[in-house]
Every structure is written in C-alpha cells, then in structure tokens.
Design a protein around this ligand. Structure first.
Ligand code: SAM
Length: 372
C-alpha cells in the first residue's frame, strides 16, 4: 500500500482491484471438471478448443477464416533502423516485393471527417516494409539495419503519437520491439522501459545494443519492477504510457507447445490474466500526467482481455481515484491502414487487427485513453 498521485489523493492497494467477468462471459481459462482423469492434450489443442468455443460466438462467420490464418505462417514487417549506416537494405527488401508501410498508410487520402488522423500518420521517421527476412549484418558501428516484427505491433506505438520531448513509459517492454519503435521516432525526451522479467529484460538490453547507438541508449532507463507498483513509484510523471500487457498471445498459443499459456500447469495464471491486465492498466493511468495519454494493447482477440479491461479501468479510475478518463476514437486507423490490415468493425472501444489469409498480421488490439 502506498500514497498515489500528486494531489494527495489516496492510500490504495492496487491488488485490491477485483475483476469479475461480465454475465455469460467465459474467462480466458479452460479447465477439465476432473483434472486427475483428464487426457493429456497438448496446450495448442486446448488453446484451439478454447478459441473455437469463445471466438465463434464473438466473431461469428469471421472465425473460420481467422482460425485458418492463425494456423498459417504469419507475415512479418521489417522496421528499418534509422540509426544504422546501411542504406541498401530498402532496395534489397523491395526486390523481394516488400511494400512500404508508410506508402500504404497515405493512400487513399484522408477524408475531412478524419482530419485529426493527420497527427497520427506514421511518423516520417518510421519505415516499415512488409517483407521476408534477409540475412542481417551489422554496419561499421555494429548496429543491425532492420528489426523483424509483426507489422501490426507498430500500431499501438503510432497510436501513442509521441511528441518532441515527451516523457514516455513502456511499462511491459521486453523483449523490446515497441521500445525500439518508440526510439526510432528520435523525439522521446526520456524513455523508461520496464519489464518484471529479468531474463526478458536481458533480451531488451541486447536489442538496444544491436540497434541503438550508445549516446541514445544512455537516455533510456531500463528497470525490472512489477509494473503494478509503478503508479506508487512515479505517479503522474509521464506524458505518454504504453501498457502492452501479457495476454493469451493467441497466435503463439495455437502454434507453439513451448512456453504455452494453455499448458495445464498454467491454468491459474491464465485465469488471472484479465486481473493482471487491469492492474497494469491502472498503474499506467496513475503514472500518466493529467492530460497525458495511455495506450493499452494485447495480441489477443479476447474481449475479456481487451474492451472489458478498458471498461473496468475507466470505472475504477473514476470511482476509486476520482480520475476521469476519455476513451479516444481511433477509427481513423482503419482508414489509414485499410490496405495493409484487416480490422474488426464491431469493436466497441479501441481497434482490433484480425489475422487474414491475405494480410496475416495480428491479432493486435489497441485502445487509447486520455487522463483528463
Ligand atoms: C506482450 S509482452 C511485451 C512485449 C513488448 N512490449 C514488445 O513489444 O516487445 C508482455 C510483457 O509483460 C511482462 N510482464 C508480465 N507481468 C508484468 C508485471 N507485473 N509488470 C511488468 N511487466 C510484466 C512480461 O514479462 C512480458 O515481457
């Protein structure tokens, strides 16, 4: 328990936040009635079974094709490293039919009704090519020239819309793809990258070493705190906060047995995910300055881990912390990126990229909140 906020508001333990699914909604868990007699089913099969039960209700006719896409090889994007001295990689990737993500986003032109979207156009300093991997060799400074990622992972970073000299917090940062994208803007005033996992934080360090020059690396503070405590450590400090939470990682869960959240020994952890996500989002909100913005993201299709967490956080911010939150409209992202991604049209809050056989990115959910 600790004192939160700069206005002497409260003494409140974030672990007091309770999470109960809405009526008729199943948790992200899957449990056998009698675990002792349950057959040994691989976690990927359990995941698929769970998704079939839940997502067929949520996504209806769309589910069979999303399911097929999840089971197919995903598509990658190459985030070009602005700090690298190697420039021929763009032409090499384009020879492999890689498309410029920025080009896709500027066509078709914006309609007047979505003019505010101009402020979230892909940052001119980003370049992301949809491509196949090439062998990567370090330049003379030892920096690699591009980072492979799910192209949809860039959308939460773009939604954050970092402005010059912003203090930015990446609360769940490892292994560091989005941290790297944030640094590529070249305009963060200060970047705090945190992740509870020491081993994953080491990977974050490796990425910073492989892609970012020392002088910029030194402006990033890397920590391994439990993000749920952050609001108490440095409340109301940041202009922008990214809360990219642990989730059921739907694509990984149906494809990889290793480190699978649907493994039976991880049932409890899986069932507690929405609670953890809510606590992390609350900590992110408390770490933001009044007027600042938080982007919440997951790589899951689950409404229980997406919109429902947002709704509960808005409610708790209001009732427990007297903080009013505005959920920002991100529908212009659909217009901007309609040629690159397939968006779910029935998202109540935020935006959701659906895996599609012709655009096999995501899933990626992102929602932006403004602390009033
Ligand atoms: C989806 S991953 C983040 C991916 C990362 N943003 C990127 O783009 O590479 C979620 C991360 O949350 C971290 N995490 C889990 N619980 C946490 C907690 N209580 N506080 C901070 N980080 C946590 C996990 O270690 C994991 O690295």
């Amino acid at each position: 328990e600790g004192t939160l906020g700069c206005r002497g508001i409260l003494s409140f333990n974030i672990s007091d936040i309770h999470f109960s699914p809405p009526p008729g909604c199943h948790g992200p868990g899957f449990s056998w009635k009698n675990a002792a007699t349950a057959p040994r089913i691989p976690p990927t099969r359990l995941a698929l079974h769970h998704f079939d039960e839940n997502y067929s209700l949520q996504l209806k006719d769309l589910w069979p094709s999303i399911r097929a896409s999840l089971l197919c090889e995903q598509k990658y994007g190459a985030l070009l490293n602005n700090f690298s001295a190697v420039h021929h990689v763009t032409q090499e990737l384009e020879l492999l039919n890689a498309a410029d993500f920025r080009g896709a986003a500027t066509s078709p032109p914006l309609r007047p009704s979505v003019t505010p979207a101009a402020s979230v156009r892909p940052h001119p300093h980003f370049q992301l090519l949809i491509s196949f991997p090439l062998a990567r060799l370090p330049d003379a400074l030892g920096l690699l020239d591009y980072y492979l990622m799910d192209a949809a992972s860039l959308l939460p970073v773009l939604a954050l819309n970092v402005q010059p000299d912003d203090f930015v917090l990446d609360l769940c940062a490892a292994p560091g793809g989005k941290t790297l994208a944030l640094l590529q803007t070249g305009i963060c005033g200060h970047l705090a990258a945190n992740d509870i996992s020491i081993s994953r934080t080491k990977r974050l360090y490796q990425i910073l070493h492989s892609y970012v020059p020392k002088v910029i690396r030194e402006t990033v503070s890397v920590t391994s705190y439990d993000g749920r405590d952050w609001g108490q450590l440095q409340g109301s400090t940041f202009h922008k906060v990214l809360v990219d939470v642990p989730c059921t990682t739907d694509r990984h869960s149906v494809m990889e047995e290793e480190n699978n959240i649907f493994h039976r020994r991880r049932t409890k952890e899986r069932q507690m995910l929405p609670m953890l996500q809510l606590q992390l989002l609350m900590a992110g909100i408390l770490a933001t300055k009044p007027g600042g913005e938080v982007v919440y993201s997951t790589c899951s299709l689950s409404p229980l881990q997406n919109e429902y967490v947002i709704e509960r956080a808005v409610e708790i911010a209001e009732t427990e912390f007297n903080i009013s939150i505005h959920v920002e409209d991100l529908s212009h992202f659909r217009t901007l990126f309609q040629d690159t991604f397939s968006f779910f049209l029935d998202c109540r809050l935020g935006e959701l990229v659906l895996p599609h056989l012709t655009a096999n990115f995501g899933p990626m959910y992102f929602c932006k909140l403004r602390r009033m």
